[in-house]
Design a protein around this ligand. Structure first.
Ligand code: BES
Ligand code: ZN
Length: 612
């Protein structure tokens, strides 16, 4: 009897093991969320895009000519969202199209009848208020002379710019011709112009296949300055020299990245420094990272963001998550890779600070997942019937990176590095999912000997007990100083903080008691001029502390910051801190309404949910 029970238990254990195993190995995983398109049946391959940008109407008049392969269906289904479709032709003949599922978050399905011999469909349309595009009037730019447009398509907004099969598992090449008003330059995630031309007509080519979320466009008073033969900066003229200086280490970053990723495959690598309304820190648009101007601190202290977007040239742009459930394959790998680039161009002690800041972010974010949300702290998430934005947190980024660091330390850096280089080479240009990543690790690394439990890291919520987390020595010094300052009456001058990096400041400010005694607030401000500081990361932490401590002297500068910067990462914590009190809530509401014209519509929407 006992024996039978033992056998039964063994079988049960085996069976449950099997079910985890089999969830690894499915490819494709059959997860086709967040798209109406039938890219598996009629597969778009190449886009010829013609676009005329109308700043007065804030619309783009476009023609999208798609080349596709018909794998045996009688319809081509594209994703659209807030597009007005004027006409559709197939093989040159006008056809009757259909639009279904109107008004869902994911937009609509554009259904185009095709026959087995067709391979070209052309859609004439105009955009109509979709969220991929942010339109700025001249007043909202640095030069105040010309309006400005930029796009942000990740995760599912390319369909508001161009009708497309908007699923990251589908890759396309593209050519584009974009017409802008005279005096402007247009740039895309493609081969770019380096000079303005008199007609305002620019042509582009992206010859390597990319997922549609990497289609990107910006237009305005943009100029170019080279850093070296392969890299340079695009931005408004008044910022050009400053940005080129700040980002002059890009060539060394690329060299560092190539050691781990293999040769940079995209040709040029440039950065577009956007106006302050840009809603995120950076976006890895191929050949042309889009970045917030808040990284231009004057002392290169925030360039890790560029290392991050550059790293996506491999993890994300070359090896792409097939589905937003697998976002950690893009962001976790990239957050790890970013630190390795920074370690090469700075040193271990500096990079250890980046790791610890990320660890603090992760710990803070883990607290936000309560009750049945806890499952979302898995690396591989389930976003069925939810918006892809729901996966956006420190989990895919910092838990993902910590997992890879733990793996690196367990197998040793030389073995790990070879594995990672092979991982990129083995999966480039094919849809990548978690199951395939696991298979590649299991086949190429001795995980058992290394004591790595993939199931726990990837499919279980929270953090495993044993991780590669370490404390930073430079932060330990900051901790000593903070203790003397807060508990032992040492003057703020005694901190010797003028030599601190941004990260030391963040660590210092984040870990002060809240509220902080107003006398100490004043001392800090007097010694280090924190109110109104130009470094946006430090400013954000300082204003958070100021709100919590009711240090009202900082409020006007905080208001100015909230009105000039559109980066959600900075806005969200400040509005959240403000609404904790009744007067704060009133202030937050007023500032938000006045600031909203400078924010991206999605940022405004998010901040409104916070203040209301
Ligand atoms: N690809 C992301 C931005 C993104 C992710 C947009 C998901 C929409 C959906 C980009 O690479 C990124 O992670 N940017 C970060 C900066 C980075 C240093 C962590 C940001 O914008 O803050
Ligand atoms: Zn990223």
């Amino acid at each position: 009897m006992k024996n039978i029970l033992l056998i039964l238990i063994t079988i049960a254990a085996f069976a449950s093991c099997e079910s985890v195993e089999s969830s690894y190995n499915t490819f494709p995983e059959g997860e086709k969320d967040h798209t109406f398109s039938n890219y598996d049946m009629a597969t778009t391959k190449h886009l010829d895009w013609n676009a005329e940008i109308d700043f007065d109407k804030q619309k783009i008049q476009g023609t999208a000519k798609w080349t596709f392969i018909n794998n045996g269906t009688d319809e081509l289904i594209l994703d659209i969202n807030k597009l007005e479709i004027q006409s559709v032709t197939v093989s040159g003949q006008e056809v009757k199209f259909e639009i279904k599922n109107k008004n869902s978050v994911e937009g609509d399905a554009l259904i185009i009848p095709i026959t087995e011999n067709d391979s070209i469909a052309t859609i004439t349309y105009n955009t109509n208020g979709g969220v991929a595009m942010q339109w700025l009037n001249a007043e909202q730019t640095a030069g105040k002379k010309m309006p400005y447009l930029f796009t942000q398509c990740e995760s599912i907004y390319a369909r508001t710019l161009v009708p497309c099969q908007d699923a990251p598992a589908n890759r396309i090449t593209y050519n584009a011709t974009v017409k802008v008003p005279q005096g402007m330059m247009a740039v895309m995630s493609a081969k770019n112009p380096q000079k303005k031309n008199a007609e305002g007509v620019y042509t582009f080519e992206m010859e390597l296949p990319i997922p549609t979320y990497l289609i990107a466009l910006a237009a305005g008073d943009i100029e170019y300055k080279a850093i070296d033969g392969r890299s340079g900066v695009y931005t408004e003229p008044s910022m050009l020299n400053k940005c080129a200086k700040e980002l002059e280490d890009i060539p060394s970053m690329i060299a560092a990245a190539e050691k781990l990723g293999g040769p940079y495959p995209w040709g040029n690598y440039d950065v577009l420094v956007c106006p302050p309304s840009f809603p995120i820190g950076g976006m890895e648009n191929p050949r042309l990272t889009f970045a917030t101007p808040t990284i231009i601190a004057g002392d290169k202290s925030l360039v890790a963001l560029i290392a991050h977007e550059l790293a996506h040239s491999w993890s994300g742009n070359l090896v792409t998550n097939s589905n937003w459930n697998d976002l950690w394959l893009n962001e976790g790998f990239t957050s790890y890779f970013e630190k390795r680039i920074m370690e090469e161009i700075t040193d271990k002690a500096y990079t250890e600070m980046l790791w610890e800041i990320a660890y603090q972010d992760l710990q803070a974010d883990l607290k936000n997942f309560k009750g049945d949300k806890w499952d979302d702290t898995r690396l591989k998430v389930d976003l069925k019937n939810r918006e892809p934005e729901d996966a956006f947190s420190a989990i895919p980024y910092d838990k993902g990176a910590l997992f890879l660091r733990t793996l690196e330390e367990a197998v040793g850096r030389p073995v790990f590095d070879k594995w990672l280089t092979d991982y990129f080479a083995a999966h480039k240009f094919i849809p990548m999912n978690t199951g395939m990543a696991i298979k590649h690790m299991e086949e190429n690394l001795d995980l058992k000997a290394a004591g790595i439990d993939l199931n726990e890291w990837i499919f279980q919520p929270g953090l495993p007990e044993k991780t590669a987390y370490k404390t930073s020595e430079r932060f330990a010094k900051v901790d000593e100083g903070r203790k003397k300052f807060v508990e032992e009456g040492m003057n703020a001058e005694g901190l010797n903080a003028r030599a601190w990096s941004t990260h030391e400041w963040l660590h210092f400010l984040r870990n002060l008691p809240k509220p902080l005694d107003l006398k100490l607030m004043k001392q800090l401000d007097m010694s280090y001029m924190l109110t109104g500081i130009g470094n946006s990361e430090i400013a954000d932490e300082w204003y958070l502390l100021s709100i919590a401590s009711k240090y009202e002297k900082a409020y006007p500068a905080m208001e100015k910051f909230l009105k000039s910067v559109g980066r959600k990462k900075f806005l969200e914590p400040l509005y959240k801190e403000l609404v904790k009190t009744e007067e704060g809530k009133k202030l937050a509401k007023r500032i938000l309404e006045e600031a909203a014209p400078n924010y991206h519509p999605l940022a405004t929407k998010k901040m409104r949910t916070i203040v209301n």
